[in-house]
Write a protein that binds this ligand. Structure first.
Ligand code: TYC
Length: 148
């Protein structure tokens, strides 16, 4: 009998809106735009009064953050053939022939130019592919990335 009561208590407790590892009370202290407390006392006082309604809102603890973005840059040199740079821009950065020629000429005239903007892992992978491809073809083409 006592065991039956315990089971009932546990089942009921599971329905209460308690904060769990994934939820926390929204106190409005770290996000002014976040959910507001639902009492109209305006005193910052207790939420725990009897019959006070559901004054404590729960919100997810984990916020989704926008990923940091990185520019991938090609650098000019005096030896890498223009056609090779255009091929790199078309195959690794998915540029059209016209876009690739424009970027290549910009790099040739200004010393450096942007090939694209990507998340960290994608940018890093593109830089490695450019450097590998250039090295395999004995060209000194350099490529780098920087935070946007
Ligand atoms: N300056 C090179 C030449 O005259 C062409 C070139 C363009 C090289 C862009 C690298 O990232 C580069 N052959």
């Amino acid at each position: 009998m006592a065991q039956k009561q315990n089971q009932d208590l546990e089942r009921n407790a599971a329905c209460l809106p308690v904060a769990t590892g994934h939820l926390r009370p929204a106190m409005g202290d770290d996000d002014p735009k976040g959910p507001q407390r639902n009492d109209d006392e305006g005193d910052g006082g207790s939420d725990g009064g009897a019959g006070g309604g559901n004054a404590t809102l729960l919100e997810p603890k984990t916020r989704v953050k926008k990923p940091s973005m990185y520019r991938v840059l090609l650098l000019n040199d005096d030896y890498t053939p223009m056609e090779f740079v255009v091929r790199v821009l078309m195959s690794i950065f998915k540029k059209s022939q016209a876009e690739a020629e424009k970027i290549m000429l910009h790099v040739h005239q200004h010393g450096a130019g942007q090939c694209g903007v990507y998340t960290y892992e994608v940018a890093e992978s593109k830089v490695h592919r450019v450097l590998d491809y250039a090295r395999k073809n004995n060209h000194p083409l350099q490529c780098t990335m920087e935070a946007e």
